[in-house]
Each structure stands twice: as C-alpha cells, then as structure tokens.
Write a protein that binds this ligand. Structure first.
Ligand code: ASP
Length: 310
C-alpha cells in the first residue's frame, strides 16, 4: 500500500520565538496539530488526498489564528476579500475563487467550482452566486471581524502600505493556509486559502487562487501550496516551477523546492515559503522568511509541528 503523507501551513513571515508569547506558541501548535491530524484521519481511512486537503484547510479557515476564512485580514476599505484554490493531481482538474466577501469556507467554494462548473476560476459576485446555487455556507461581515487584525489594519489604513499579515509591524504573526497530501492510491492534491494581504487594494488578487503560482498538483511530480508575498509568487510562477524542475529536469522534491524558494525567490526579493508532498510520500517545507507555521504527518509516524527556523 502507498505511504500516505499530509503537510499543512498557516503562513510564513517574520515569526520568531521572541515575537510569539508562550500562550500563542501553544495555541498555534495546537491548531496546526488538530488540522493536520484531521487530514491524516481521512487518508488513514482510505479517503482521497482531495478530501484530506479540503478538510485540513477548513479547520484552519475556522480558526481565528490564521489569515483565511474567519481570520481574514482587512482590505484598504476595511472589508474582507478572500481567495482560494484546490487542485487534483490525478486529473489536473482545479477550482479557484477570488475576491469573495461572505463565504464562510472559501475552500469549499473552490472545490465546488472544480467539481460542478466548466470553469477553473470564478470571482466576486459571480462566485457568490455560484455558492448560493450549490448550498455553500455564507457568513455575515461580523463573523470575519477580529480585534487584532482590525488594529493591525488601523496602523496602515491611511497609507499605501500593504503587507503580509505576519509583518514586523505587529507582534501578531498570522497567515494564509494550505494543505498538500498523497493518499493510499498515490494521488496528490493541493489546497490554499487566504484573506490576502493587509490593506490590499479593492479587488487585489494574489497568488493563492492562481493555479501554478500559489497552488499546483500533478501525479507526475508532487502537490504544492505556497504562502508569502503574492506578487512575487505570481511572477515567479512558484508552484508550477517546482513541479517542472522535477518533471523536466529530474530534480528531487527537496532540490526543486530549494532551487525555487531559497535561490530564485530570494534573488527576486520574494519572501515566503511552501509545502510540498511528492507522490512517493516525501515532504518538503522550505521558507526563506524567519518562520512558517507548519505541520506534517507521514503514514503512522509522529506528527511534526513547528513554527520557527530549525
Ligand atoms: N500569498 C498571499 C497573498 O499574496 C499572502 C500570504 O501568503 O500570507 O495574497
């Protein structure tokens, strides 16, 4: 039987031991552990990689700790606009949504777009209308209100500064979420969900819903989910680049991830990281920032949870 593996992230950025309190450290690690183990349960029970990554991301979207779903950051208008995408490595089918305002779990909507529409990406009102037709749960604006994120946004609201949720300006470092997995049948899948960047412009869309940039899965190689400064990740076509290095140049998963995250992105000035799982069940979680909320579980091995550089 194929070795299962799942990895998740909760964002990368200026996250150090000095900037997180002991309570925050515990809370983040507990949330990551819960999400990765929920995804692992799906795989252990014979579920698909797609089901596992969607469930793990739902857990992270429901937590106020991360910049996705409930914890989404504020835009320049003081609103929330969320992006998400999901991809199946077996069929190369993908679904994405961008700029939705009132969807409780954007990853569920991205999944519905993949499964029930002829399109890959729907945005804004069109995406929400589609959600209505498929019984996807909506949430009122107050559901997404978070005091810390409001304060974080208040510091930059009158400026043109837009920033990663986990920026140096505040002690709270949160982030975009994602999951990648390989199931018992050897199929990989990837899912990513975000509120984007604090104080981003009205209708700004980042890398998260762009297939090939923030998210990619292909059974010939691996599944990838990214987090970081989206503008750079789009221009570097990060997720697809990792897959291509494996497919066309014969790189190992680790070599491909290091090449893109530690060399190409660093030279570009693109801060962030990614998680990747190969069809053989290898896991890589490289980042070029101070830290990245991350966790993984390979087969029945002990759950790995980490935040800082090690
Ligand atoms: N990549 C996301 C974006 O640019 C932000 C993040 O990863 O925190 O929208």
């Amino acid at each position: 039987m194929q070795k299962t593996a799942i990895a998740i992230h909760g964002g990368a950025g200026t996250i150090t031991q000095a900037t997180l309190s002991a309570e925050q450290d515990i809370a983040y690690k507990a949330a990551l552990k819960e999400a990765v183990e929920a995804g692992h349960q799906v795989l252990a029970a014979g579920g698909t990689a797609l089901e596992a990554v969607e469930l793990a991301v739902v857990y992270l979207e429901d937590s106020p700790l991360f910049n996705a779903g409930k914890g989404s950051v504020f835009t320049k208008e003081g609103k929330h606009e969320m992006d998400a995408s999901i991809m199946c490595g077996k069929t190369l089918e993908a679904g994405a949504i961008a700029g939705v305002k009132s969807i409780k779990n954007p990853i569920k909507l991205a999944s519905a777009v993949m499964l029930h529409s002829e399109h890959v990406m729907l945005s804004s009102y069109g995406a929400e209308e589609f959600a209505l037709a498929y019984g996807i749960e909506f949430a009122p604006e107050k559901y997404f209100f978070d005091k810390y994120r409001y304060e974080q946004w208040s510091e930059v609201r009158d400026s043109d500064i837009f920033m990663l949720d986990h920026t140096e300006q505040r002690d709270e470092k949160f982030g975009t979420v994602g999951a990648v997995a390989v199931d018992q049948a050897g199929n990989v899948a990837a899912a990513t969900s975000t509120g984007g960047m604090t104080n981003k412009r009205y209708n700004r869309i980042g890398d998260t819903p762009i297939i090939g940039s923030g998210t990619y899965a292909n059974n010939r190689t691996c599944a990838i989910s990214c987090t970081g400064h989206g503008e750079f990740f789009m221009r570097a076509v990060v997720a697809y680049d990792v897959s291509c290095l494996i497919e066309y140049k014969g790189y190992t998963l680790r070599q491909a991830c290091d090449e893109v995250v530690m060399k190409k992105l660093v030279a570009f000035g693109g801060e962030g990281g990614l998680i990747a799982v190969s069809t053989a069940g290898e896991v890589a979680m490289p980042f070029n920032s101070e830290g990245m909320y991350r966790a993984s579980k390979v087969a029945q091995q002990e759950t790995f949870v980490e935040i800082y550089k090690r």
